[in-house]
Design a binder for this molecule. Sequence first.
Ligand code: AMP
Ligand code: MG
Length: 345
Amino acid sequence: MKTELITMAAPARAAERAAAILRAGGLVGLPTETVYGLGADGLNEAAVRRIFEAKGRPQDNPLILHVPEAAWLDRYCLDIPAEARDLAARFWPGPLTMILKRREIVPDAVTCGLETVGVRCPDHPAALAVIRAAGVPVAAPSGNRSGRPSPTCARHMLEDMDGLIEAVVDGGPCGVGVESTILDLTGERPRLLRPGGLPLEALEAVLGQITVDRAVTSPLAAGERPRAPGMKYRHYAPQAPVTVVTGAGADTARYILDHAGPGTGIICFDEYADSFPGCAVRPIGASADTAEQARRVFDALRSFDGAAVTAIYAQCPPDAGLGLAVANRLKKAAGFQIVALEEGA
Ligand code: AMP
Ligand code: MG
């Protein structure tokens, strides 16, 4: 299959072209503010199944339904709590996915048979225009091949999906750079299933304290059942093994320098960009600038593939603000191979 690259030179025509492909059951790589998604008509079971094939995605990892406005929530969800409407009014369009009870109209292929569905309204003009033109909710996971770092520009989308899908819409680089925050509102208390582009602190300012699922910061124990199916898979991983080093910047830089050799890949804060001579260094932003780190972390992880890198070390921000999402992506890329230098290093 030849994958068409749709530019946004003529936005209305581009949206109509992508929407026509979706309505015909095709797959389209779509820019959002978080990462690029691999979209299909979310009410077309056969089209949704093709997402799993193109990604090599396990059959039990559900997709998020993307809608153009909060008013669509009632079409796909039941028993919507007041908190969900309040959060949608405050944070949509934006990087927040809410897990709610689903209506029958949502195909099993989207939810993987769960009685719940994840819904989000993306904050990106191209994504919104395509969804509106298609007139259907767009089911989309991130547009990477399963297990790989998520795509944050059209080039990344093509790296993984060229020849496998009908089209990619080029909406430029993603402004947020990590996936949406996933909040489960179907239990007794709200629960954070995945940290993402909307900081936990912003949600807690509205809802009070939120339970953070253990899988966000630690690996699943043997036999432990994940709350969200996606949590059980190794994720975001480049080819070479990753080790995450947590602690003060100067300490982690020293540790990494001690363990690095020629051919080591390094993800570091900008302040330490010159500290690793002979290594493949990828600075991802100043240590205090977690928003910039979020924008660059997936590109950095991807950039080592194809380079002669056999091991990767990464500095890691603390678990605050967007740092929680950046740290989570790095730790999952490392399969939770973490060196913690916090105490007495
Ligand atoms: P991705 O954005 O590629 O990571 O894929 C969508 C994410 O949403 C996955 O981590 C899923 O596990 C999660 N997700 C989608 N629907 C549900 C649901 N009903 N319950 C829990 N998690 C969900
Ligand atoms: Mg993904």
